[in-house]
Write a protein that binds this ligand. Structure first.
Ligand code: TRP
Length: 343
């Protein structure tokens, strides 16, 4: 039986953090290791440029950081094709073909894009490339005929848009493209990890992230200064565990659910101080992140090797995308010169 195909990726605008890790990276590594899928992992530098065109150096620098994060968490070039979006120009042509199948109103409706526009303060100066990035994301997915896209919850509208494009394309031009489905982490705490400050989302721009590459001291400092229940003032006071990021992180990372339940009950009754809970969270996080950081340091010793991995992966990916693009062009009827003039 043919293997199902996975494609997913991240924008290289900085190092990857715990939100990326529980929201998607962990899932991907597991899927990769089942051996049941053909896996493509993409560093989405072209998409990152849609709102960073004036700072390409940031994207260049982040490319290698994201690649190191990938290797550190266990994505393995022997099992997955890890590649760079901008090195696959076929994706851009696919995007152009798909743009004709999407209305402006439809792009405007995308809730994730709407939220990002607000968050980035674009007002009236939204880059057109940014505005249509969901369409380019449909190109990323369909170029590889991916049916499975493991992503965080915020990416669901992108997958929905891709599905619509596939249906429209196939009904107009014939069954060429594959409809993808998103795979979102089952535990809701994982699909959107809050920041250390309690804000809804962990993100670099909000300066509330714990990075996979943070050293042990930095992690400890960040954990010990985390936002908790603001009404839990004295140790004896009863505290809230819902909406309390310290407990949300424990939900996401602590595998000993019994101890966690005891702590929650104790905290709610009163008598359990924040410092103790934070110390425990620190232990849990250190145990999870130390091996990742060690592996990252090993890979970072040989950056040319990491670039080589991206180069090789991009060559493989480009061939796959070129084949799909050829099918797309033929389906639309753009192969005018095929068979003529030795073309
Ligand atoms: N939009 C994704 C993010 O912001 C990155 C991405 C680009 C992606 N193309 C993709 C994810 C295709 C899944 C499939 O992280």
């Amino acid at each position: 039986m043919e293997k199902e195909i996975i494609l997913t990726g991240d924008r290289p605008t900085g190092k990857l953090h715990l939100g990326h890790y529980v929201g998607s990276l962990k899932n991907r590594v597991q899927l990769q290791n089942t051996g049941k899928y053909e896996t493509y992992i993409m560093v989405a530098d072209q998409q990152a440029l849609t709102d960073n065109a004036r700072d390409p150096q940031k994207i260049r620098n982040s490319l290698i950081e994201v690649a190191l994060d990938y290797l550190a968490v266990g994505l393995d070039p022997a099992k997955s094709t890890i590649f760079v979006q901008s090195q696959i120009p076929e994706l851009n042509e696919l995007t152009m073909q798909y743009l004709n199948l999407v209305t402006v109103a439809r792009v405007q409706r995308n809730p994730t894009v709407k939220e990002e526009i607000k968050q980035k303060n674009f007002n009236k100066s939204i880059p057109a490339g940014f505005f249509i990035y969901p369409v380019s994301q449909a190109a990323d997915i369909t170029a590889f005929k991916a049916s499975v896209v493991p992503v965080g919850q915020d990416q669901e509208p992108m997958i929905e848009q891709a599905r619509e494009i596939v249906r429209t394309f196939n009904s107009l031009y014939g069954d060429i493209l594959v409809e993808p489905r998103a795979i979102i982490p089952e535990e809701s705490v994982c699909s959107r990890l809050p920041g250390t400050d309690g804000k809804a989302k962990m993100s670099k721009s909000l300066d509330n992230a714990i990075y996979l590459s943070d050293d042990a001291d930095t992690i400890k400092k960040k954990v010990m200064s985390m936002y908790t229940d603001p009404n839990h003032i004295r140790v004896e006071d009863p505290g809230e565990v819902e909406n309390n990021p310290v407990f949300i992180y424990l939900d996401a990372f602590c595998s000993d659910k019994e101890i966690l339940q005891e702590m929650k009950d104790h905290y709610k009754r009163g008598g359990l101080g924040d410092v103790k809970v934070k110390r425990y969270l620190n232990e849990v996080l250190q145990a999870e992140l130390e091996p990742i950081r060690k592996r990252r340091e090993e890979f970072a010793k040989d950056l040319p090797q990491v670039y080589k991995m991206l180069f090789d992966g991009s060559n493989v990916a480009r061939q796959v995308a070129a084949k799909t693009l050829d099918e797309v062009r033929c389906a639309i009827g753009l192969e005018y010169f095929r068979g003529m003039f030795n073309a």
